[in-house]
Write a protein that binds this ligand. Structure first.
Ligand code: FAD
Length: 624
């Protein structure tokens, strides 16, 4: 084997978004020699794209807010499938994580009396999203990076080396985790630029790799979201849960084609934007589901009054959870009441003065002007659903982020459970900080208690290298770009926003075909910056993750949150008690098993009215 670049750390964090950076800070503060590896440039992660804000029950704009209300909203949003312990920790700890960010140097928008301002978002009972205009993720990443630099300065003062305890490796893609005797021993991957390989030995790995959107044709996600962490975890022996639940954000751009899918933040609706069909009707009033009827206005007049008097009016249905709004838009377009380009209208221009729009939504104003030549201060936007977020992910212990594989931890979008069947807007940024911190502690405690550190075997390293090089050895085989396009089309058309058994079965057949063809993938050229090769390796991950999504979607014969079955339109309380758990059984075979959901703790159940619980829980769960 050629000379291999080798590094050794106490904790490896894969991913430099909010979850990864917060985890790395925590591990370093626990005294661990920590490395952060990221596939893109440092600072370029999905977190930086987050627009609307970070949800935390600080009660700054409405003092009725509390962790209990946030917990309730999160459970309702996830249709009670959430891991309730995660939802509890999240609701309780999110305010501290926001305050902590300010100690790192973040500066959130302020209320008139100088408190952190909070805005309305779908599914949140009170204004709860702390924000920085519509560029909140940028501020979050900026300050987490700043904190890392300040820790490195401390390390320099102490040791003379900035990177003595915390080091960042950017544009490095992890292609395999190394496991010895069932325990994590390190990670193997390649530098994007040179294509050269490197081995990182470490007894603990924290996955913080984000989501899977690039398996779908229309998505708000960018090139890094190829489900790598999900697939790495599966191949290392960990399990994934809730993979059938994919969030289609209701408002992505639909025109022009080159920008289809790019996100239009929910803040547009939170700040007063309304949805209309091609007949000019504010159609969301026709789509308020029974379970939410009591909480939402049933007339435009009441919905409009809510923006200025939230205590005495109910919120407008444009602010229903995302799954409800996405399905409603889909139905309007299907019924022939869509716009010329297959979306609906989202209008804030008739609701707020132009200067207020440019102040509150500067990025949206810029995005539409630059990309679609639409001035949102004077014209409506055309919007439609776009694949945005995966609720499913690595099954973890809520308190520590530990997976079932010793030494493997996960936090952020790559982990599963917290959001149940549907995530509320703003709950991801808070999830990253709450569980990033917890995973950092979990991994540090694990390493501290480890009597002997596992060492990756040379055979495992050689195998990882051979797998990475395989696409160069074929001749005249499949082109990775063709396979990727076919995969995206199949997932979009057959396992998309509305699903039915025959279509999912067709998707699974196509996936089998794609998997077989992927074995003869061929890439041209050599390893130096070769995007075709990178895609060939990413495809291995996208295919196995897509199989998890499709197999779980076929098994779950009900509709709930981000999983809508045309052939099983109702929500079934029996299914609420079941989690679908995915594991790999061979190099690319996925097995899905039903596992019982842990019953919700009694004191948390008592936070809800019994009448509401009856909509979700079975009679025996309610003791009736
Ligand atoms: P990311 O921030 O995506 O980071 C993933 C990291 O993993 C990256 O550094 C990537 O390079 C790295 N990586 C991936 N694979 C590998 C590999 N194989 N090897 C090495 N590195 C790898 N949520 C909210 O709460 N509020 C919002 O307002 C909001 N707005 C959003 C707007 C947009 C346009 C999008 C797309 C999402 C938005 N979300 C929002 C969701 C939220 O931004 C994401 O869920 C969240 O940022 C994910 O963070 P993360 O730390 O899990 O992953």
């Amino acid at each position: 084997m050629a000379e291999l670049e080798r590094h050794s750390f106490d904790v490896l964090v894969i991913g430099a978004g909010g979850a990864g950076l917060r985890a790395a800070i925590e591990a370093r503060e626990h005294g661990m020699r920590t490395a952060v590896l990221c596939k893109s440039l440092f600072g370029k992660a999905h977190t930086v794209m987050a627009e609307g804000g970070i949800a935390a029950a600080m009660g700054n704009v409405n003092s009725n807010d509390s962790w209990q209300v946030h917990f309730r909203d999160t459970m309702r949003g996830g249709k009670f499938l959430n891991n309730w312990r995660m939802a509890e920790l999240h609701a309780k700890e999110a305010p501290d994580r926001v305050w902590e960010l300010e100690t790192y140097g973040a500066l959130f928008d302020r209320t008139a009396d100088g408190r952190v301002s909070q805005r309305n978002f779908g599914g949140h009972e009170y204004p709860r999203l702390a924000h920085v205009g519509d560029r909140t993720g940028l501020e979050l990443i900026r300050t987490l990076q700043q904190k890392i630099v300040s820790l490195q300065q401390e390390d320099h003062a102490e040791t003379g080396d900035h990177e003595a305890k915390l080091r960042v490796f950017q544009e490095f893609t992890v292609s395999d985790l190394l496991v010895e005797d069932g325990r994590i021993a390190g990670a193997f991957g390649y530098w994007r630029e040179s294509g050269r390989f490197a081995l990182f030995t470490s007894p603990a790995v924290i996955l913080a790799t984000g989501g899977i959107g690039k398996s779908f044709k229309v998505t708000s996600n960018s090139w890094e979201y190829t489900g790598d962490g999900h697939a790495l975890a599966l191949r290392a022996g960990a399990s994934l849960i809730n993979m059938e639940f994919i969030q289609f954000h209701p408002t992505g751009m639909v025109w022009p084609p080159s920008v289809k899918g790019i996100l239009v933040t929910e803040s547009v609706r939170g700040d007063g934007g309304v949805l209309r069909n091609s007949e000019g009707k504010r159609f969301m009033f026709d789509y308020i589901p029974e379970v939410f009827k009591e909480k939402y206005a049933d007339s435009e007049a009441e919905g409009d009054r809510w923006y200025t008097d939230a205590d005495n009016n109910r919120r407008p249905p444009e602010l229903l959870p995302r799954d409800e709004v996405a399905r409603a838009i889909n139905s309007e377009v299907k019924a022939g009441r869509g716009t010329e380009h297959g979306g609906v209208f989202l209008d804030v221009s008739t609701r707020l003065p132009a200067e207020e729009i440019t102040r509150r939504l500067p990025s949206m104003h810029h995005q539409f002007k630059e990309l679609a030549d639409v001035d949102i201060t004077a014209q409506p936007m055309e919007v439609g659903p776009t694949c945005h977020y995966v609720m499913g992910g690595v099954e973890v212990d809520p308190d520590t982020g530990a997976s079932s594989v010793p030494g493997l931890f996960a936090a952020g979008e790559v982990s599963g459970g917290m959001h149940g069947s549907n995530r509320l807007g703003g709950n991801s940024l808070s999830d990253l900080l709450v569980f990033g911190r917890r995973a950092g502690t979990g991994a540090s405690d694990y390493v501290s208690a480890l009597p002997v550190r596992p060492v990756p075997s040379e055979a495992a390293v050689a195998e990882a290298q051979a797998t990475a090089l395989a696409p160069f050895s074929g001749e005249g085989g499949e082109n990775p770009y063709t396979l990727h396009m076919e995969l995206q089309q199949a997932m979009n058309d057959l396992v998309g926003i509305i699903r039915k058994a025959e279509e999912i079965e067709q998707a699974l057949e196509r996936l089998e075909g794609l998997k077989a063809r992927a074995r003869t993938l061929t890439v041209e050229g050599h390893r130096q910056f070769n995007p075709g090769w990178h895609l060939a390796l990413d495809l291995r991950n996208m295919l196995v993750v897509s199989e998890c999504v499709a197999k779980a979607a076929l098994l779950r014969t009900e509709s709930r949150g981000g999983h809508t079955r045309d052939d099983y339109p109702g929500m079934d309380p029996e299914w609420r008690r079941k989690l679908l758990v995915c594991r790999t059984t061979g190099p690319s075979e996925v097995d899905v098993e039903v596992k019982a959901q842990i019953p919700i703790r009694e004191d948390l159940l008592e936070l809800f009215d019994r009448g509401e619980l009856e909509k979700y829980l079975t009679g025996d769960e309610l003791g009736s």
